[in-house]
Design a protein. Structure first.
Length: 150
């Protein structure tokens, strides 16, 4: 009788294990499980469109040299990064000489022509508008008090 019971236990014990293995195999084969996760370091689709030439709606591409960074160090050391090249006053790029480095702009000279490159080209207009609004607010606040005296 022991032999008959142990055979029955083995048969019954194998059925749940087989069911679990079959369930896991089906879960792995499910359509949603085979999809890969998105790579978090991959550029967004917009960047791929721009690289493929589909960036017509992103605005015009900048022309000419582009100021990318200005570094003002100790003891008057100033470095400007233009088109990926680190330059100091007197260095040449694209036939022009770097003649001045400011905190947010540089001046290139090509013959008698001077070209100012700004670190934030569009910020000048926004700052001018903001300063005009601040000035108007200050003028309104500094107006004399016209309350009647008793």
């Amino acid at each position: 009788m022991d032999e008959t019971m142990s055979r029955a236990t083995i048969r019954l014990g194998a059925a749940p294990v087989l069911a679990v293995v079959l369930a896991m195999a089906l879960a792995c084969a499910a359509p949603g499980a085979s999809a890969q996760l998105a790579d978090p370091t991959r550029p967004p689709p917009e960047a791929r469109l721009a690289a493929a030439g589909g960036a017509a709606d992103l605005g015009p591409a900048p022309s000419g040299p582009q100021l990318q960074s200005v570094l003002n160090g100790n003891h008057g050391r100033q470095v400007a990064v233009i088109d990926g090249q680190a330059l100091r006053v007197g260095d040449k790029i694209h036939g022009a000489t770097l003649v001045q480095v400011g905190k947010d702009r540089v001046v290139l000279q090509h013959g008698r022509t001077r070209q100012v490159l700004k670190l934030y080209p569009d910020a000048g207009n926004a700052n001018a508008n903001a300063n005009a609004n601040i000035g108007a607010t200050v003028r309104r606040q500094s107006a004399p008090n016209t309350a009647p005296e008793k």
